[in-house]
Write a protein that binds this ligand. Structure first.
Ligand SMILES: [Zn+2]
Length: 83
């Protein structure tokens, strides 16, 4: 069975699951943050956004919030997400 990696939006520690979805909601073992752990392929898309296109204070946002904003502002296209 293949395993999928999900990334804590706050501290970027990862967990493995045997199913593939956009995100899993859980509490992080490392930082105690409760939120949406994004699938690794989505965090790759976020990191691939060119610096000049990123909104102000981007780096201050947790990853799930960056993902939401990136979709909202059209920085990433839903069709780019193969998930
Ligand atoms: Zn964490």
């Amino acid at each position: 069975m293949s395993s999928e990696t999900y990334v804590c939006p706050e501290c970027t520690s990862t967990v493995e699951r045997d199913y593939r979805v956009k995100y899993v909601i859980r509490t992080c073992d490392e930082c105690d943050h409760n939120g949406r752990f994004l699938h690794e392929s989505l965090t790759d898309v976020i990191y691939a956004i060119p610096e000049e296109d990123r909104p102000d204070d981007w780096a201050d946002d947790p990853l799930d919030e960056r993902f939401r904003r990136a979709l909202e502002e059209g920085l990433i296209d839903r069709t780019d997400l193969n998930i």
